[in-house]
Design a binder for this molecule. Sequence first.
Ligand code: GLY
Length: 348
Amino acid sequence: MSDTLSRREFLGAASGLAAGAVLGPELGVGRGAPAVHIQAASKNVAVASGNGLRAVQRAGELMAQGVDTLDAAIEGVKIQELDPNDASVGYGGFPNEEGVVQLDASCMHGPSRRAGAVGALEGIKTPSVVAKYVLLYTDHIMLVGEGAKRFALSYGFKEENLLTDRAREAWLHWRANRGSRDDWLDVPRDERLTIREQGTINCNVVNSRGELSSVTTTSGLSWKIPGRVGDSPIIGAGQYTDNDVGAAGSTGRGEANIKVCGAFLTVEFMRRGMKPTDAALETLRRVIATSEPRLLDEQGRPTFGLTFYAVNKKGEFGAAAFTPRRYAAFDGETAAHHDAAYLFEREP
Ligand code: GLY
């Protein structure tokens, strides 16, 4: 179950007291000590971005069969990576400004405390799996660009053209209409195709033994400057797992998230006793506090999107965004969309 209802209970109990003082003992948090001995989830739970309904369903099914949490999460997001109709992830993702699809992904495995990531990976449909191979088979955390591709090819990943006709058409529209003084003649605008996409899929899971993992994968900001890497492959920004506490991740404007290490921060807020939804909201407030004025409207509302998703070791989960939106979760029984908590009623 989402933590949103029990959150009220918590806020009532916590009023007038520091959150850590209320929940510290429950979390086994001593003064200056890391959180340990949290009561583990008794069910398999997965929480993901709104495009991850199939991912959480798959991850939940696999965890029920005893599959490892990281493998389950990656099998979930792979559905989206391989889907040519998802323009924000893997195959079919929108390309950079030169028409080249560059993919980012990272993952963390709670029980083994290992992490892996790839950035600006070209020609491989499933960067989440390559990130897992970095985690499994190297003493490194992140490989990028040509090195990441050669690494993937050495394990038998197939190099393919990731630019689908739909993505190419969208890119051509963008290139034609990007400016009035360039050498490209304008073509009729198609609002849907010329939009600047920032899709991504993040999935965080916990199994009935309290083992946690997280993964985030994306084609990044569409029409980006070649080589631009967002938050998704950054451990602690795009996703983060602490097997003693919980896991969290994000979708949205990576540049805003990187500056606050948002996934790590969300897990740290949970370590101090916050429920996942409150932790995600608190991270968003930090993002606003660190945002440049050019990215805020007159009322201080961000002009960009960013959403955090989180699950704790007990299996409580939640998400928060600047404005209303939905996220996906498997609560141990069913996969469904839920309303995320939010800070502002409307977009600026
Ligand atoms: N959050 C995805 C990106 O900024 O690339």
